[in-house]
Design a protein around this ligand. Structure first.
Ligand code: NAD
Ligand code: ZN
Ligand code: ZN
Length: 348
């Protein structure tokens, strides 16, 4: 089959690789009908995240059709249209039962193979899905293909970020970083009742979508985010800051924006060895800091009604639909934010 494979920094290629096969009775094989490039793929692409084997099939966002199932798979049939969280999960371990499916004892991240161990990704024609029954979700009525694709990661992750920001309708909030995840954090915060929500980035197209989703945009090139939040809160700062970037400068901005006793909820993937917020700063701020991978499998069910209600033009974040074969160029376009790119969907 054809797939996008990793070969070092900024080197993603369209390759021909072996078709995936059922290796375990709980596996399913899915024929991919849509896949997407995520900000998380860029960490590997730039080798900020190290240890990915060359030849790994990239990507963890996909929808498709089940074409083969292992002997233990009963609840899923061949032909089912499915969406998937970006990690697999067993549904039965301590973490799955408590809703932290991202830390399933048997879970794996799609598109991560290191030292020949791991799971190939979904920027391909087919993907092997371990723990298929407890991982995959049938695409319900009233959910389009693009919406289903967004549910599997960015919509769930944005919602999770907001969930951990303790949103109160009377509060004032700020989202730092308006990529697909930050934009979906706006949707999540709105769903949880946030009425006064600021959104910080430097990219005009992304700031415009933030405004469509109901946030007050702050262009950090021309405005002063800290002063704006202070002016809006009698000098205190935001009750919570939702950080969807994953860089020291973004964390530092989050700290500058949050009020004493407030919360910083981080879903940006950080690759630095230490927090750029010092223990002293955290102490002096009586700060609550939450950070981590989204348990998307646990978020999807509760977000399906939001999608079905069509309260937000969710697919406004998808700027590019391209064939899988254009993947290497699509990585460059998304990475460099060329051509107004906010999110790329690839069709095998
Ligand atoms: P993206 O690269 O498209 O978006 C990042 C945005 O942040 C860009 O618009 C950029 O202009 C903006 N930005 C960068 N530095 C900034 C700063 N200092 N202040 C304000 N804005 C700044 O990526 P994305 O797809 O939206 O993903 C965002 C982050 O979320 C990535 O780190 C990704 O790995 C992570 N992520 C985490 C999870 C999880 O489970 N926790 C899931 C998906 C993605
Ligand atoms: Zn993703
Ligand atoms: Zn589990």
């Amino acid at each position: 089959m054809r797939a996008l494979t990793f070969h070092g920094a900024r080197d993603v290629r369209l390759s021909t690789v072996a078709d995936p096969a059922v290796l375990d009775p709980a596996d399913a094989i899915v024929r991919i009908t849509r896949t997407a490039i995520c900000g998380s793929d860029l960490h590997a692409y730039h080798e900020r995240e190290q240890g990915l084997d060359h030849g790994t099939v990239m990507g963890h966002e996909f929808i498709g059709e089940v074409v083969e199932v292992g002997a233990d798979v009963r609840a899923l049939r061949v032909g089912a249209r499915v969406l998937s969280p970006f990690t697999t999960s067993c549904g039965a371990c301590y973490f799955c039962r408590s809703g932290l499916t991202a830390r399933c004892e048997r879970g794996q991240l799609f598109g991560w193979v290191g030292d020949e161990h791991g799971l190939h990704g979904a920027q391909a024609e087919y993907v092997r899905v371990p723990l298929a029954e407890s991982t995959l979700v049938g695409i319900p009525d009233g959910v389009t293909d693009d919406e289903a694709l967004l549910l599997g990661d960015v919509m769930s992750t944005g919602y999770y970020c907001a969930l951990r920001a303790d949103i109160d309708p009377r509060g004032t909030y700020a989202v730092v970083g308006l990529g697909p995840v930050g934009l979906m954090a706006i949707v999540g915060a709105r769903e949880l009742g946030a009425e006064r929500l600021y959104a910080v980035d430097v990219v005009p197209e992304r700031l415009a979508i933030a405004e469509r989703f109901g946030a007050i945009p702050i262009d950090a090139r021309t405005a002063h985010p800290q002063q704006t939040l202070r002016d809006a809160t009698e000098g205190r700062g935001a009750d919570a800051v939702l950080e969807a970037v994953g860089s020291p400068s973004a964390s530092e901005l989050a700290l500058a924006l949050v009020r004493p006793g407030g919360t910083i909820s981080i879903v940006g993937v950080h690759n630095e060895p230490h927090f750029s917020i010092s223990p002293t700063q955290a102490y002096d701020h009586n700060l609550t800091l939450r950070i981590g991978r989204c348990p998307a499998r646990a978020m999807i069910d509760r977000l399906i009604p939001t999608v079905q209600a069509k309260r937000y033009p969710l697919d406004a974040i998808i700027s590019h639909h391209l064939p899988l074969a254009d993947g290497p160029e699509a990585y460059r376009t998304f990475d460099q934010k060329l051509d107004g790119c906010t999110k790329v969907v690839l069709t095998p």
